[in-house]
Write a protein of this length. Structure first.
Length: 197
C-alpha cells in the first residue's frame, strides 16, 4: 500500500505542482516578450494546408489516442501489476520533467490559431500555447507504449506506428511545429534506454 501511495504522490506532485509552476513561468515569459503575435513558418504546415480541413474532425480522437496509453497503463498497472507501477510513474514523471526543461529553455509562439482563446488557467494546467518543444501528445503516447512494449504487453510495432500517426495529425492540425514532434523520438527513446534496463 505504501508503494502505491508513494507512486501516486509522485504523479500528483509532478502534474499538480511542477507542471503548473513551469507552465505559469513559461506563460509569463512568453507574455512579456509578446510571443503571441504570430506563428513561425513551418514547411510542413505550408505543404499540408489543404489536408487540415480533412483532418480537423479527428482532433479530439487524436487527443484521446495520445493520452489513452498513459492513463490506461497507470490504471492497469495500479490494479494488476503494482510491482511495475512505481517504475512506470518514475518513467513518465521523468518524461514530464524533461519536457518542462525543454519548453522552458526554448519558448516558441503557439502554432495553433485558437490557443490564446483559452483561459490562462486552462493554458497553465492543460497547456497548448508555449509547451511546444517537445510534443506532449506524441511523447506521452510513445513513452507509455514503449514501457508496455518493454514489459511485453504490446507488440513491437505499436509504439512507433501509433506515435507517428499522432505526430502527423498534430502537425497537420498545427497543434505543433514539425520540430516539436521530431525531437520526441530521440529524447523518449534515450530516456527509455536509460530508465528501462
Amino acid at each position: 500500500m505504501y508503494t502505491l501511495l508513494y507512486s501516486w504522490s509522485k504523479v500528483i506532485f509532478t502534474l499538480g505542482f511542477v507542471w503548473p509552476i513551469v507552465s505559469f513561468i513559461t506563460e509569463k515569459i512568453a507574455h512579456r516578450h509578446m510571443l503571441y503575435n504570430g506563428r513561425l513558418p513551418d514547411v510542413v504546415h505550408i505543404c499540408t494546408g489543404p489536408l487540415r480541413n480533412i483532418v480537423k474532425p479527428f482532433s479530439r480522437v487524436k487527443d484521446f489516442i495520445a493520452f489513452f496509453p498513459s492513463i490506461y497503463t497507470a490504471v492497469l498497472l495500479n490494479l494488476l501489476h503494482p510491482e511495475l507501477f512505481d517504475s512506470f510513474c518514475n518513467f513518465m514523471c521523468g518524461l514530464v520533467f524533461i519536457r518542462c526543461l525543454f519548453f522552458t529553455v526554448t519558448i516558441l509562439p503557439s502554432s495553433a490559431e485558437g490557443a490564446y482563446s483559452k483561459s490562462r488557467l486552462e493554458r497553465i494546467f492543460i497547456g497548448g500555447c508555449h509547451d511546444l518543444i517537445f510534443s506532449g501528445h506524441v511523447s506521452y503516447c510513445y513513452g507509455a507504449l514503449l514501457f508496455l512494449q518493454h514489459h511485453n504487453f504490446v507488440p513491437g510495432f505499436l509504439p512507433l506506428y501509433t506515435s507517428v500517426l499522432i505526430a502527423v495529425v498534430s502537425v497537420i492540425l498545427r497543434d505543433h511545429y514539425t520540430v516539436d514532434v521530431l525531437v520526441v523520438y530521440p529524447v523518449v527513446w534515450t530516456w527509455q534506454k536509460y530508465m528501462l534496463k
